[in-house]
Design a protein around this ligand. Structure first.
Ligand code: BMA
Length: 847
């Protein structure tokens, strides 16, 4: 850094040269000057997000743009297009992605910044085919929304600059790529473009292919050296010591002496080393230890403990860069071992087998940049509240924002991370393969420090599709060979090698599921997707008949909340077969399938609101059946992730939380079914086997009580035993031969309790229950966070759904109310006045 200010130096010299005082001042000046001149300014990164404009390419129709953002979101903000999430508007905005767009921004750079030796433009995400011009010179051609781009502009940066980015519509590029092949790939045009695949339309998502600068842009400036990457890799863990290696990627302009310093803020220890760098990029390591490390656990098994680590890049005693990192000390290992039945599939966290409970996560918003941290936090909190310990980031969406993984780290949720390839075969030309490789390298490096990361999975259902979905039909042998070779190159070479070299302790799994449901091994090896239920129309009982080793997808649709339907249709009530909502069901047979299944197990209401309620009960009923069957089968089965946690727009879908964040009945029932201690029941040959599934690492001794009663509370049978549930197990605690009991299956319930856990078992399908229509007494009492609501009924009330006129959340909902047993739940609300409550129950629909 040059601090020499010539004018000042000369005038000072001239004025003071002849006086003694002047000489003294001059010496002091030289000392200060010498001191200042070896002080270096820290590296500086300047955001270039503000003050952008956009226009359709070729038109000079410039309007303000938000960066990060997309053309679609900007046009919406400016009121130039209707909201595609509402009514049938989706169709009317398709023209946007058929056209080319441009963004521009002028920016000035201060003299101080210009004096730095090195300048880079960093683009965290461009969606997708972009040409970037700085001061009229082409500096970058980008073609992958999942990658970031950095350009050295040290020689091109001026005091006043203009950035121009031209985005080409993916349509024409995809068309010309398709023409290069003498066969068609199954996924259509999307396979050629590295952008979120669900944006081309999915069975729960609209077709909105976004275009724009969807992540930050910044200008990086430095003089001597910069830190390009730090990875804190855990090498070994014992009770007494965790050995960590900090791996640094440093870039220097020329040979330099630099110091790298690590401070463990939890223990106040520091570790530092000096290095002599070469010009350009090089890697350095500093090993350090954490004594008696506190391990990172999923929150259901312990504390997701993390250490705060500060990393500094120092040159001549000047700190050039400081970074705060977190490290969670944990080992995570996927165990796939041949056994007498097939091959296991389970995770060991810190050496212990852990049962995974959770759901599949999809992008929360097609306009990603509209999401704020509050929305991320709420969703991850909702996962935690439902006792989940794993989320699968599904391969047709996006590699999530850093904040998502930070939340999972902090809240103790593991992440199954797919690479972004889904439900098709991809091209395999050299350019595509290189692009996929760079995408993988970058995202592995970005995410490898998160303790929440449990697995990288190559793709979603590509392998199953190839084997089972007719993709090979009509193809020549040579074409088939080429398609499989291209698959193999990505999922068996490029991706596993990238994981192995950059994150050696991380797990890689080629494809989810391992085998499709047409393959008999589906049930015995690897992870499975059970779409016999829903897509193939099998009854929910199928979940009990074929339990796989790890269920990574199974699901059933329901309607979103009435609030969300009204939001999407802009009506003040819900209409049956509403033409304004029909488009929000993206599965071709979706409405039909819901109705078919409903008729099998539930009454089918004729009123619109009631239908919404019943569809949610149906979904909760079916999926809970699956979760119970899978958890009972532990340790044969070691995981259950239902499809899907959330929605990206207002839709009828498989989600348990709708677009506006409302919990569907499934989310409440998943919370119960995912509890660490689960009571579950299996009826076999007229015998009722009562299981306790214990996911904790503690043996639990408690009394198990069983009470058979009718819906008015008359008890027919009662039994209490002392039981012990071994740690991390599923065990039959008690078997009840049903033929020894005199009772009416349609009008009785079995209440089972073990410690604080409780479970209600019914002996017939919901539609066959002999429920009576009676009133529920409801009282509410003001408490700190809202109102305590107490409900009471003399007869059993099935699936009580409380609806409040005030904004707020119920601690429980869609629950059963036992006869003569009051139930109290919290209604959290900011409202001061007691809510007016309405309710629906299944009883109201039983004829
Ligand atoms: C699974 C997913 C998605 C799909 C869902 C419901 O196979 O991987 O592709 O949305 O089924 O059909």
């Amino acid at each position: 850094m040059n601090f020499f200010k010539a004018d000042f130096f000369i005038s000072y010299f001239e004025n003071s040269y002849f006086s003694a005082m002047g000489k003294f001042h001059f010496i002091i000046f030289l000392l200060v000057f010498a001191f200042i001149s070896c002080e270096e300014v820290p590296n500086e990164t300047i955001s270039l997000n503000g003050d952008w404009q956009f226009s359709e390419d070729g038109k000079n129709d410039w309007k303000t743009a938000e960066v990060p953002g997309t053309v679609q979101a900007d046009l919406l903000r400016l009121g130039e297009i209707p909201d595609p999430f509402l009514k049938k508007n989706e169709d009317s905005i398709q023209w946007i992605s058929e056209r080319n767009w441009q963004y521009k921004k002028q920016f000035s750079v201060s003299e101080e910044i210009l004096k730095r030796t090195k300048h880079f433009l960093n683009f965290e995400g461009l969606d997708t085919y972009a040409k970037v011009f700085l001061n009229d010179s082409l500096i970058l051609s980008a073609n992958n929304a999942f990658r970031s781009w950095e350009v050295d502009i040290s020689d091109a940066l001026k005091p006043e600059n203009e950035l121009l980015i031209i985005f080409k519509s993916p349509d024409s590029i995809e068309k010309s790529e398709a023409e290069k092949l003498d066969y068609e790939l199954p996924g259509g045009s999307r396979v050629f473009t590295r952008k979120p695949q669900y944006q081309y339309g999915w069975d729960w998502a609209p077709k909105i292919k976004t275009i724009g600068i969807w992540k930050n842009i910044s200008l990086i400036n430095y003089n001597v050296a910069r830190l390009k990457d730090v990875f804190l890799e855990t090498k070994s863990i014992s009770d007494s010591l965790a050995e960590i290696v900090a791996k640094f990627e440093i870039e220097t302009v020329k040979e330099e002496e630099i110091t790298l310093k690590i401070t463990n803020k939890n223990t106040s220890e520091t570790f530092s080393s000096n290095f002599k760098t070469k010009a350009g990029e090089s890697e350095y390591q500093i090993p350090f230890n954490i004594k008696t490390p506190k391990l990172w656990w999923t929150y259901n098994l312990g504390e997701p403990y993390m250490y705060d680590i500060q990393v500094e890049l120092i040159h001549n005693k000047n700190v050039l860069e400081t970074h705060s990192k977190k490290i969670g000390v944990r080992s995570i290992k996927l165990i796939t071992e041949k056994d007498s039945i097939g091959e296991s599939f389970y995770f060991k966290l810190n050496g212990k087998p852990v049962y995974m409970k959770g759901a599949n996560y999809v992008p929360q918003q097609i306009f990603e940049t509209k999401l704020d941290q509050e929305k991320y936090t709420k969703l991850i909190d909702d996962a935690v509240s439902a006792n989940m310990n794993m989320l699968r980031v599904w391969g047709g969406g996006i590699y999530e924002d850093n904040y998502f993984y930070q939340l999972c780290d902090a809240k103790g949720i593991l992440v199954w991370q797919d690479f972004m390839f889904a439900c098709t075969m991809y091209p395999g030309d050299a350019e595509f393969l290189e692009n996929a490789k760079q995408e993988a390298i970058e995202n592995i490096k970005r995410l490898r420090g998160h303790p929440s990361l449990a697995l990288w999975c190559g793709n979603n259902e590509n392998s199953e599709g190839w084997q089972r979905w007719g993709w090979q039909d009509g193809k020549t042998e040579a074409q088939k060979q080429e398609m499989w070779k291209n698959y193999y190159a990505v999922f068996n070479h490029i991706l596993p090698r990238a994981v192995d070299s950059l994150s050696p302790n991380m797990n890689y799994w080629e494809s989810s599921p391992k085998y499709g449901r047409g393959d008999k091994r589906y049930q015995f090896e690897g992870d499975a997707h059970d779409w016999w239920v829903w897509h193939d129309g099998y009854p929910f009982e199928h979940f009990e008949e074929e339990v796989p080793r790890f269920m990574s997808e199974f699901g059933f649709q329901s309607f979103p909340s009435v609030e969300t339907i009204k939001y999407a249709t802009e009506r003040d009530s819900v209409l049956f077969n509403d033409p304004l909502f029909a488009n929000h069901q993206k599965h071709a047979r979706g409405f039909e399938i819901i109705e078919d299944y409903m008729a099998r197990d539930f009454p089918v209401p004729q009123n619109d609101d009631d239908y919404v309620y019943m569809s949610q009960l149906l979904q909760a009923y079916g999926i809970s059946k699956g979760i119970h069957a899978q958890r009972r089968a532990k340790p044969y089965n070691m995981g259950t992730l239902y499809w899907q946690l959330n929605d990206c727009w207002p839709a009828v879908s498989w989600s348990s939380i709708d677009y506006l964040g409302n919990w569907k009945a499934l989310h409440y029932s998943a919370k119960k079914a995912f509890d660490n201690i689960l009571i579950s029941v299996e009826e076999k040959n007229d015998t009722l086997n009562i299981f306790v599934v214990n996911d904790s690492f503690k043996n639990i001794k408690d009394s198990l009580s069983v009470k058979l009663m009718d819906f008015d509370g008359t008890v027919f049978f009662e039994k209490q035993i002392n039981a012990e549930s071994p740690e991390n197990s599923s065990k039959i605690m008690f078997s009840l031969p049903l033929e020894t009991l005199q009772f009416h299956r349609k009008s009785c319930v079995l209440k089972i309790s073990f410690g604080k856990s409780e479970f209600l078992h019914y002996f017939v399908k919901p539609k066959d229950l002999k429920l009576s229509k009676s009133e529920i007494e409801i009282k509410s009492e003001k408490v700190k966070d809202g109102f305590m609501i107490t409900l009471f009924s003399k007869t059993l009330q099935k699936n009580v759904f409380l609806i409040a006129n005030e904004k707020g959340t119920f601690g429980d909902n869609y629950f059963d109310l036992l006869p003569n047993e009051p139930k109290t739940i919290l209604f959290s609300t900011e409202s001061k006045s007691p809510p007016k409550l309405e309710y629906k129950t299944l009883n109201q629909f039983i004829k």
